[in-house]
Design a protein around this ligand. Sequence first.
Ligand code: URA
Length: 254
Amino acid sequence: MKEDYFYHLGFGKKNFSENIPEWAILSGDPDRAERIAKNYLEQPKELSRHRGLSCFVGKTKNGTPVISATSGMGAPSLSIVFNELAQLGIKKMIRVGTTGSIQAKIKVGDVIVSQASLCRQGAANDIAPIEFPAAADPFLSVKLFETAKNLGLNSHIGVTASVDTFYEGQERRESANPYLIRRIHGMTEEYKNLGILNFEMESGTFFKMGLVYRISTACVCGVIAERSSSESVDRSEIEAAEDNAIKVAVQSIS
Ligand code: URA
């Protein structure tokens, strides 16, 4: 880093008087990143609010320093944030997201840990060949799953479909687009039959970057939509579902 702050994140090594944290939690939503820092970390401090990528630092109850960063929506934005956090020196990242379940048994409020992702994302193809596995760190993923179980949450672990678009790519027909292209029709049913648990928009590129950059990655999402019965998000349950996923991530950091 030639300048004393990263171009997109808006903060840099100069912001840290102590050692640079090894851990980061990534949220798509800047408000979630702030909520994690202020409600779930001790001694929270704002690092930057730049380009909508609000970032904070704090400590877990056992004193481990953690950055709570915003990845933005979708893989291109996440890839930039991931790269700059890696330049800073972060070694382990947990994505805390929201998701739509595909399997009927997975309900709003449940949490899903992604062991690997079907990666249908353009950004990932700039980082590794299309066939490169989008797999999480298995040890960190099991840790997330065990924490979720210990918290008494309805939890699932399995394969996630990680796609670039919320509407078309997740086969939403009730949107402004009057024409859903042919290859998308029936995709949700096909994924369900393949045993895929859920749709989200970042984990595929996130996991590939983790393997390429030698950074440990894992992803936990709170379920806010049940795609086997509806296209819509259950707005009344968003905060509770997010809180479930946040608790799992924060309590898995040691
Ligand atoms: N995030 C997604 O990508 N899809 C959903 O249905 C809900 C959250």
